[in-house]
Design a protein around this ligand. Structure first.
Ligand SMILES: Cc1ncc(COP(=O)(O)O)c(C=O)c1O
Length: 366
C-alpha cells in the first residue's frame, strides 16, 4: 500500500467543480488583481477568524513582514519568537532589519514557553511572535498577559493553524495581528502561493491595505513606501470555495489524529501529540517522537508511507544564520526535537485502512 503524506489529487468531485466554476468566473471577468473575489474572501475569512479585518497578501512570509513594517518594527528592535518553527518566522523579523530573539518551546506541545518568553524581554523588545505550530495555538493567555504587562505587540504566526481555537477563541483573533499562509498543503490551501493578515485594529488594517499595494489606496497616489504583495484574484476565488469546507476538513483531521493516538498508545518509546487543555487542535501535522526516528522513517518510506520531518535543522543552526550569535548547543530541547520528530500522513481523505497500515508498521518496527 502507498500512503501519501498529503493527497491533493483526490478532492471531492463537488468541491472540484465549485472551484472550477469560481475560477471560470475570474477568467471571464479578467479582473486578476484585487478583483471582487479578493474582497469577498477577505470578508469571509475575517468573519471565520472572528476578527474585524482580513487582508489578502502574496504569502505567509509577506503577511508577517507587512505586520512588522506596519507596526514600525525595524533596525534596533528585537522580536521574540521560538527556536522550533519554520524558518519563515525568523526570516520575517530579519528581513525588516529587526533582530529575532529565539526562545525554547514547551516540550509537550511544541509551542512557545511563556516563562522563556518573559525571561528574554529587555528594553529593545518590541513584539512577541508566538507560532501556532502543527495546528495547535500557542498558550496564549499567559503570553498575552506578559506582553500586555511589558507593552509588547503580539503577532500570531498562524500559518499552520487555520481554524484552531485557544480557550474558545480562534487563531487569528488572539493577538494584535496574525499571519496566515495559504500554501497549497495548508489546511486552507490555495492553488499557488497566498497569505493573509487578520486584525481587529482598523488603523493597522488600513496601513497594510496600502502597503501591500505600493503604499496606495487611490491609484497612482502613494502615501507610504509600499510593496507589491497582493493575493491573486484567482487564488481568492479558490480560497473562497475551500473556506466553506475548512471546518469539515479540520474535523476529519481531528478524527484521523484521534485514531492514530489510540492505535499508537504505549508503543515502544513513542510519544504522540499532546493537546493542551482548552485548545482545539486542527492537526495540520501529526507529529510523533521516538529515539529511533531515522530508522523508523527509512522503514516507513521503504514500505510506501510518506513521512517527513518538520523541521530537520532548527532555525539557529541554519547556514543563513551563520553570522548570528547562536551556537550549536543553544536551545538544547529544540536541537533534541529535531533528531526525534516525525510527521505521519494526515489529511481529510485519509482512510482508516491507510492509517491502520501506518500504525501496524510502526508497531512492528518498534
Ligand atoms: C510557521 C510558518 N510561518 C510562516 C510560513 C510562511 O508561509 P508562506 O510559505 O506562505 O510564505 C509558514 C509556511 O509554511 C509556516 O509554516
Amino acid at each position: 500500500m502507498n500512503v501519501p503524506f498529503l493527497d491533493l489529487k483526490n478532492q471531492p468531485a463537488e468541491l472540484c467543480s465549485d472551484i472550477r466554476s469560481a475560477m471560470d468566473q475570474v477568467l471571464a471577468d479578467c479582473n486578476f488583481i484585487l478583483g471582487k473575489p479578493v474582497a469577498e474572501f477577505e470578508e469571509a475569512f475575517a468573519a471565520y477568524c472572528e476578527c474585524k479585518y482580513a487582508l489578502g497578501v502574496a504569502s505567509g512570509l509577506d503577511a508577517l513582514k507587512l505586520i512588522l513594517r506596519a507596526m514600525d518594527i525595524g533596525p534596533g528592535d528585537e522580536v521574540i519568537t521560538v527556536s522550533h518553527t519554520f524558518i519563515a518566522t525568523a526570516l520575517a523579523i530579519s528581513s525588516v532589519g529587526a533582530t529575532p530573539v529565539l526562545v525554547e518551546v514547551d516540550p509537550a506541545t511544541y509551542t512557545m514557553d511563556p516563562a522563556a518568553f518573559e525571561a528574554a524581554i529587555n528594553g529593545r523588545t518590541k513584539a512577541v511572535m508566538p507560532v501556532h505550530l502543527y495546528g495547535q495555538t500557542a498558550d496564549m493567555d499567559p503570553i498575552l498577559e506578559i506582553a500586555r504587562r511589558h507593552g509588547l505587540k503580539v503577532i500570531e504566526d498562524a500559518c499552520q493553524s487555520h481554524g484552531a481555537r485557544c480557550n474558545g477563541r480562534r487563531a487569528g483573533s488572539l493577538g494584535d495581528a496574525a499571519a496566515f499562509s495559504f500554501y497549497p498543503g495548508k489546511n486552507l490551501g490555495a492553488y499557488g502561493d497566498g497569505g493573509a493578515v487578520t486584525t481587529s485594529d482598523a488603523a493597522l488594517a488600513e496601513r497594510i491595505r496600502a502597503m501591500r499595494n505600493y503604499g496606495s489606496i487611490r491609484k497612482y497616489y502613494h502615501d507610504t513606501l509600499g510593496e507589491n504583495s497582493r493575493l491573486d484574484t484567482l487564488q481568492a476565488a479558490v480560497l473562497g470555495v475551500k473556506l466553506k469546507v475548512l471546518d469539515e476538513g479540520n474535523a476529519a483531521r481531528r478524527d484521523a489524529a484521534a485514531r492514530y493516538t489510540e492505535q499508537l498508545a504505549s508503543v515502544g518509546d513513542l510519544i504522540t501529540p499532546a493537546v493542551r487543555k482548552g485548545s482545539e487542535h486542527v492537526f495540520h501535522l501529526y507529529v510523533i517522537q521516538t529515539g529511533r526516528r531515522d530508522d523508523l522513517q527509512r522503514y516507513l518510506l521503504e514500505q510506501g508511507v510518506e513521512c517527513l520531518i518538520h523541521y530537520p535543522v532548527p532555525v539557529h543552526l541554519q547556514r543563513a544564520y551563520d553570522s548570528n550569535h547562536w551556537n550549536a548547543g543553544d536551545f538544547p530541547l529544540t536541537g533534541k526535537l529535531a533528531t526525534r520528530i516525525l510527521s505521519l500522513p494526515v489529511f481529510p481523505g485519509i482512510t482508516e485502512a491507510q492509517q491502520r497500515y501506518v500504525t501496524d508498521l510502526i508497531k512492528k518496527f518498534l
